[in-house]
Ligand binder design. Structure first.
Ligand code: UTP
Length: 277
């Protein structure tokens, strides 16, 4: 039902400097696959075959990754090495990739607004590919797409975090309905632990209804002087139509070095080695 997924991939990735000086953080590999490809595979699995990328300067390799490399194809065609291209060929066969550039990094809300021309007037998914989500069953975005059918509202994925971590996240206050689903009353971006309404932190998976674009346009800059998606979602929540969902699966904060290392070890032990037999 939801066909498009937006990938804001324009950020600087300063926490990974100097690795990210001339290379997008979304192209950092977790074992043998770039972060953004994990995100794209999750979107395609959820039926969102159109992957709309909000890129920026220095991010050209992301566009190249989701295109054919004829020289490489020619070189390894018919050899035993072709198997290494299986996953990306599968993505290219099933996905459509559109791109727009965010000229100034004015925050996640601004990145989403920049993607409006690629999304149009329909509900859409959002994946922040530096949050790597892994589940044995349906992926996190698939789980959320199922919920959307029921509620027809914006949905944020949440997880419980220790109280001393809440200042890193958008945090929700809400009424529990059932099975890890909350109706959101309010949300706040990067709160002081003493002001945090809960320890339910928003992670990098969303389903958004298209009215969010006009709301972002009317939202003033918030925390860090950036246009915050959380502030726009807060307006939607006041209108009664934002749900929060405690997803099934594991999430690794690959935007931070410790989270990235943890994800690498996990994927190596639990996925890569099994694939290698
Ligand atoms: P982050 O703040 O985690 O990413 O933004 P960052 O700025 O790249 O990382 P650090 O803090 O400097 O290490 C969350 C997501 O939003 C995107 C980023 O690419 C990331 O996926 N983003 C953020 C944009 O696309 N545009 C922006 O203006 C801000």
């Amino acid at each position: 039902m939801i066909k498009k997924c937006l990938f804001p991939v324009a950020g600087y990735g300063t926490r990974f400097l100097p690795a990210t000086k001339s290379m997008p953080k979304e192209m950092l590999p977790v074992v043998n696959k770039p972060l953004v490809q994990y995100g794209v595979e999750e979107a395609i699995e959820a039926g969102m075959n159109t992957c709309a990328m909000v890129t920026g300067r220095g991010k050209r390799s992301i566009a190249d990754h989701f295109d054919i490399n004829y020289e490489l194809e020619h070189q390894i065609s018919g050899t035993g090495k072709e198997v290494y291209l299986d996953s990306i060929r599968n993505v290219l066969d099933n996905g459509i990739f559109t791109m727009v550039r965010q000229r100034e990094m004015l925050g996640l809300g601004h990145a989403i607004l920049t993607g409006h021309s690629l999304i149009g007037n329909e509900p859409f998914g959002v994946i922040l590919s530096d949050d790597l989500c892994i589940n044995d069953g349906p992926g996190v975005l698939s789980q959320m797409a199922e919920l959307y059918k029921q509620f027809r509202c914006s949905i944020v994925a949440i997880q419980e975090v220790p109280e001393d971590q809440v200042h890193k996240y958008g945090v929700i206050a809400g009424e529990p309905l059932k099975d890890g689903i909350y109706r959101v009353d309010s949300m706040v971006e990067k709160p002081d632990p003493k002001d945090a309404p809960s320890n339910l932190a928003i992670i990098g998976r969303y389903i958004l209804t298209p009215d969010i674009f006009d709301i972002i346009r009317d939202t003033p800059p918030g925390a860090n002087g950036e246009l915050q998606l959380t502030d726009a979602l807060q307006t939607q929540a006041k209108q009664g139509c934002v749900m929060a969902y405690k997803f099934k699966g594991r999430r690794f904060d690959c935007g931070s070095v410790p989270g990235f290392v943890e994800a690498t070890n996990y994927v190596y032990e639990n996925i890569y080695q099994k694939e290698q037999g």
